[in-house]
Design a protein around this ligand. Structure first.
Ligand code: ACM
Ligand code: ZN
Length: 773
């Protein structure tokens, strides 16, 4: 934020009145460079800004309750950010922020225009919703002042409208329950990011959270579980009961609170899978009749609603009808994800229904998947009867659903392409980029974590223009298996939700540096609101790259907001008296550790530390003959010799991922050296098709042309039950020999073994460092 002294706009400010000339205040001028970035910003820097003071009025058209409410929202934002109490009134003269509806400003209902001069701001929205987004922009454009200085915004024009009409965020309250008050806070967070759909995932195996009057046991029994597993894969349970549900009145209160902020609440009743809590309440709804228990661990359960039982279908219809009484949303989500068909294959009722409907297996759609599409299609009829639309997760495509379905593509980018190509309206929310609770991606830190979201393009290039039009929106999701409290919730949301909001609202062109510049102020707003954002965004990014040919490395340090950075190379903790980083510097094999921290006005970030492990190959020229997978190439071959070890997270950017082929890499030691062993470190995640080496071979050369094989060995294939996210080192020793060029071939596991769910498919190989000793 620019801080500008009173004198510059003295004349203009005399005009606005309300300032006693004897007590001039400093003025802080904000910036229209907010998140999400508006479509068009035309500043007039030579003109005086609009200064907000205690005489400022926010006006709204008489009788327009929505704009009246919006005016009060803006007044509260101004008070929060600048400490100034402004007035709200039907009429305003000069020094007024005038809220108006003017359909001509944008063909899009959420579009708006701001005209800003020293005299005031006109906020014209295409609808009341547009005005609301206009005031969100003003909120974020204001400088955060200490209450002693006045806040101002630059003169000019902002013309804005969203890229997507559907801008969603999902929160799962099934795995953990969150109070009505906290959900309202979440809704405020969404509003601040111009999000207009709150997808409320209300039912799960681990808890049914919405009162259904016709089926009271859903909440009497299904809203409780006796305890919760303590960690993924653990056999320990915490012994702490979890319960909670929302009465219909409370749900309506949430709907109204959201509607006041132009957010539609989409309820989700997930069926026919993820229904253990309902089955525990009404066992007769399942294929076997139970008994069932509300789940205490997480994952996918084979106990699901019976797809062939008329009473079960009636239950689903009844529930959805009560849900439609509570929620006026045009979309009603009925889930459809992760529904195993083990029981349906054995269940006489399910099989009889398949027969009655004449369903037959086809290459694309099994008859059980078609039964699911039928079941959901019958529920959809109830939804369509009341003029609403059905939303479902992308597994619904496996069963040939009606074209009226709107698909939420979560399993991957491919699902969004398949959905749009198959003619469905599609919402893009891939687990790989927009699941903010995904543990693997949650381990990414700093700019990397945010950039992964920001750099994602929701409309895939494989689509034709007509198919692209079917991508109606973008959504972020938080599943709460491991999210028990608001701190973790916000840590997962922020600041990635800022990047999400740009995908949803702003132009598709990417400018990560520009986004990061805008992010500083957004984080300050989070702090002002008491939101617990993921603070590692403020840590130093340390980039260590092998220098071309002398065994040295170049270290680059940066922060997203260009904060002052201090570092050490002797293992001591950096302080304000350590070297202040100015430009990239070189380290050699004598430097095992680099530590750095950013200090912002006395506020210290965490220390970032890199420990380097050297061998003869470290920081040497390297050539990779294998082709890494596009998604896992990262910096390329230099990762194999940069002295930096990866942990058990194969997505950390420390590993190169190769799909279905061997590792074949040549290291140039610079001159002939005596060598007697090599090593290759890998990451093993059999659950994600990532296997290890089954053989290692070394060839050496003095000229880089003619190679001599000097050693090889085979390595046992991974066995059933092998753990995930494990780092592994394979070594091969041989008689001492002289070599300058060392070619290491790591044989990949050619196909997944018979014990693996993906048996017969190709395996991934994730390689970190190669060592020569
Ligand atoms: C989902 O993540 N199972 C929709
Ligand atoms: Zn059945």
């Amino acid at each position: 934020m620019k801080k500008t002294m009173w004198t510059r706009w003295f004349a203009a400010i005399l005009f606005v009145g309300g300032l006693a000339a004897c007590s001039p205040k400093d003025i802080n001028v904000g910036s229209w460079q907010v998140i999400p970035l508006p479509q068009e910003i035309m500043e007039t820097p030579e003109a005086a800004p609009f200064v907000i003071n205690s005489s400022t009025v926010i006006s709204y058209p008489e009788g327009n309750e929505k704009l009246e409410r919006t005016a009060y929202f803006l007044a509260s934002y101004i008070r929060e950010v600048t400490g100034t109490n402004v007035k709200v009134a039907v009429n305003g003269g000069k020094n007024t922020i005038a809220l108006q509806v003017d359909a001509s400003v944008s063909p899009q209902k959420d579009g708006y225009e701001l005209q800003v001069s020293a005299d005031g701001i006109t906020v014209k929205g295409a609808t009341e919703a547009g005005v609301f987004y206009g005031i969100q922009t003003i909120y974020k454009a204001l400088p955060i002042t200490d209450g002693k200085t006045l806040g101002a915004v630059p003169a000019g024009t902002v013309k804005d409208y969203p890229r997507f009409g559907y801008r969603g965020f999902m929160v799962d309250v099934g795995r953990h329950f969150f109070s009505v008050d906290y959900l309202k806070e979440i809704i405020d967070m969404l509003a601040m990011h111009n999000i207009n759909y709150f997808h409320w995932h209300l039912t799960e195996d681990q808890g049914w959270r919405i009162e259904i009057k016709k089926y009271p046991k859903l909440t009497e029994i299904g809203s409780h579980r006796k305890e919760t597993i303590t960690a993924p894969g653990s056999d320990k349970y915490d012994g702490v009961p979890v319960s909670g549900y929302y009465t219909q009145e409370e749900a309506k209160e949430i709907v109204q609170y959201a509607a006041d902020r132009f957010i539609t609440v989409i309820p989700e009743i997930d069926m026919p899978g993820h229904m253990l809590a309902a089955l525990a309440s009404y066992p007769e709804l399942g294929c076997t009749g139970g008994p069932y228990e509300t789940a205490t661990k997480f994952g996918i359960f084979s106990e699901v609603l019976c797809g062939g039982n008329e009473e079960t279908l009636q239950f689903a219809k009844d529930v959805i009808n009560e849900i439609m009484d509570i929620f006026p949303s045009p979309y009603i989500h009925i889930g459809g994800d992760e529904c195993p068909k083990v029981e349906w294959k054995k269940c006489p009722k399910c099989q009889a229904k398949i027969k009655e409907l004449g369903l037959k297996d086809t290459p694309e759609h099994s008859k059980e998947n078609q039964l699911q599409a039928y079941f959901m299609g019958e529920v959809e009829k109830e939804i369509l009867k009341r003029g609403r639309k059905m939303l479902a997760w992308d597994e619904i495509l496996d069963g040939d659903p009606a074209k009226s379905t709107t698909v939420m593509a979560w399993t991957g980018v491919k699902a969004s392409v398949r959905s749009a190509q198959s003619g469905f309206q599609t919402i893009v929310c891939p687990i790989s980029h927009l699941y903010f609770s995904n543990p693997g991606y949650n381990r990414l830190t700093g700019v990397t974590s945010v950039a992964r979201v920001y750099n994602f393009e929701p409309v895939n290039e494989a689509l034709t223009p007509e198919e692209k039009d079917r991508i109606i929106g973008v959504q972020g999701c938080i599943w709460t298996e491991w999210t028990k409290d608001s701190t973790k919730m916000e840590w997962q949301m922020m600041p990635r939700i800022a990047a999400l909001s740009e995908l949803q609202w702003s132009r598709p062109e990417k400018d990560l540096d520009g986004f990061l510049k805008r992010l500083r102020h957004q984080l300050d707003l989070y702090t002002l609101n008491g939101y617990h954002y993921k603070e590692d965004i403020e840590d130093v990014t340390m980039d260590i790259n092998p220098a071309c040919d002398d065994g040295k490395a170049v270290v680059t340090l940066s922060t997203f907001d260009n904060a002052p950075v201090y570092y050490t190379t002797d293992g001591t903790e950096p302080t304000e008296t350590s070297s202040r980083y100015q430009e990239p510097f070189t380290i050699d094999g004598q430097t095992p550790t680099v530590k750095a921290k950013a200090i912002r006005n006395g506020r210290e970030s965490q220390v970032v530390e890199e420990s380097l492990q050297y061998n003869l190959a470290t920081m040497r020229p390297v050539h990779l003959n294998s082709k890494p997978d596009d998604a896992y190439t990262y910096k390329g071959a230099s990762l194999l010799v940069d002295g930096l070890k990866g942990d058990g997270n194969y997505r950390s950017g420390r590993y190169i991922g190769i799909y279905g082929s061997d590792l074949d890499v040549v290291v140039d030691l610079g001159e002939e050296k005596e060598i007697s062993s090599v090593s290759v470190s890998t990451c093993l995640v059999p659950g994600d098709y990532i296997f290890g080496l089954i053989g290692l071979e070394v060839n050496v050369s003095s000229d880089g042309k003619t190679y001599r094989k000097i050693a090889s060995k085979s390595i046992p294939e991974l066995e059933k039950g092998s753990k995930n996210n494990v780092t592994n080192l394979d070594e091969l020793s041989f008689d001492q020999t002289k070599a300058r060029f060392v070619r290491i071939i790591g044989k990949c596991t050619p196909v997944l073994p018979s014990w693996h769910p993906g048996a017969g498919k190709k395996a991934f190989l994730f390689v970190d460092e190669v060592g020569v000793y």
